[in-house]
Design a protein around this ligand. Structure first.
Ligand code: 5AD
Ligand code: FES
Length: 351
């Protein structure tokens, strides 16, 4: 086991078979894997947990991803769109609640043109003074450059799966190569890049997860966001089962940390949808970032990408108090700075 963990701790020597072995390990080896991931996290990222407040500012979406609850064709969703003023005000609140970054997330909503987004970014910069991450889907390079100029620091765009056939089947509007090109464009625009995948999409197996882990690693990401795939009833992929081995969701996060010692890795919200205290567990198995929901309470239930989403009945103050308690119970501290990329500059400009 020790040799396996050592081999997988280097991208140069990790093979798909090694990663599969780790994902399938059992008994005392599981604990050893989690301890190794926690140790790497401690040594490279420290004990700070960075808070990135997420504002789900619009659930309008022009796309039809087969897994997603807010896909355009889902007529059961009540659509909402926060005004630019509301978004900026929410960002200011997020700052007061201790978040050093705000993540602006939405469906692919064309109402938010590059010009409108840039206005929002500039206003948040001036009034809240927090780092800004966008998570608004694919945009052309020209717009990404404008976002950067306006003050956008980072961008989250998951590749969802590295299996291009599967990607094509579940994304009727998207092309795998274009998605990856957009990740390269983000880097060209000078924006820190976050990406990742859903763990346990239907049609995959342990080999798929291993390939997803290795693919994410080769992208040399500043941030890696992954979470369990959860079947949403109002989608073409309704009623798909969870993975039989529930531990594999956590093992995936641990292996990602071994291979990506310097990446920011959030304990994503979907872990709480599936496991009691799921996000806390991920924070002890490789993750170093928490994304408290700071969306105004009245909109939360309308932004259900997957079922059983946590924090829907809470407001931002309650989530913030909850997070402070969680961090303290883990014996960690809340990140003070913006928590920018820990990758060397050579990595950020290499692609
Ligand atoms: N289960 C889990 N994650 C989902 N996402 C969207 N739908 C689901 C689902 N049913 C994730 C996607 C997307 C991110 C914002 O949410 O990975 O990139
Ligand atoms: Fe929202 Fe705990 S983080 S209730």
């Amino acid at each position: 086991m020790k040799n396996l963990i050592e081999r997988v701790s280097s991208e140069a020597t990790a093979t798909e078979a090694d990663v599969v072995s780790l994902l399938e390990c059992g008994g005392a080896d599981v604990k050893a894997l989690y301890e190794a991931a926690d140790c790497v996290r401690h040594d490279t990222m420290g004990d700070e947990i960075f808070l990135r407040g997420i504002i789900e500012f619009s659930n309008h979406c022009r796309k039809s991803c087969d897994y997603c609850g807010i896909r355009g064709p889902n007529r059961t969703v009540t659509r909402y769109r926060m005004t630019p003023e509301e978004i900026v005000e929410t960002a200011c609140q997020a700052k007061q609640l201790g978040n050093t970054t705000v993540v602006l997330q939405s469906g692919e909503d064309p109402w938010f043109t590059a010009e409108r987004m840039c206005g929002i970014i500039r206003a948040i910069r001036q009034q809240a003074g927090v780092a800004i991450t966008l998570s608004i889907g694919e945009r052309p390079l020209g717009e990404l450059v404008q976002f950067k100029e306006a003050g956008c620091d980072r961008y989250l765009l998951r590749f969802e799966t590295s299996d291009r056939d599967l990607f094509g089947r579940i994304h009727p509007d998207d092309d795998f190569d274009e998605r990856i090109q957009c990740l390269h464009d983000l880097r060209r625009a000078g924006i820190q890049v976050g990406s990742g995948f859903m763990i346990g999409l239907p049609g995959g197996d342990t080999g798929t997860i291993a390939r997803d882990i290795l693919f994410a690693t080769r992208l040399e990401l500043d941030m890696i966001g992954c979470g369990p795939y959860l079947s949403h009833p109002e989608t073409p992929l309704s009623a798909r089962p969870l993975l039989e081995d529930r531990e594999i969701y956590f093992k995936t996060m641990a292996v990602l940390r071994l291979l990506n010692p310097r990446a920011h890795i959030p304990a994503t919200t979907a872990f709480d949808a599936l496991f009691e205290g799921g996000r806390d567990l991920v924070l002890t198995r490789g993750a170093n970032v928490f994304m408290p929901n700071v969306t105004p309470r009245k909109f939360r239930a309308l932004y259900q990408l997957y079922p059983n989403k946590p924090c829907v009945d809470e407001d931002s103050g309650q989530c913030s108090a909850c997070v402070v308690g969680r961090v303290a119970r883990l014996g960690r501290t809340i990140g003070k700075g913006p928590g920018h990329s820990r990758r060397g500059p050579e990595k950020n400009s290499s692609q």
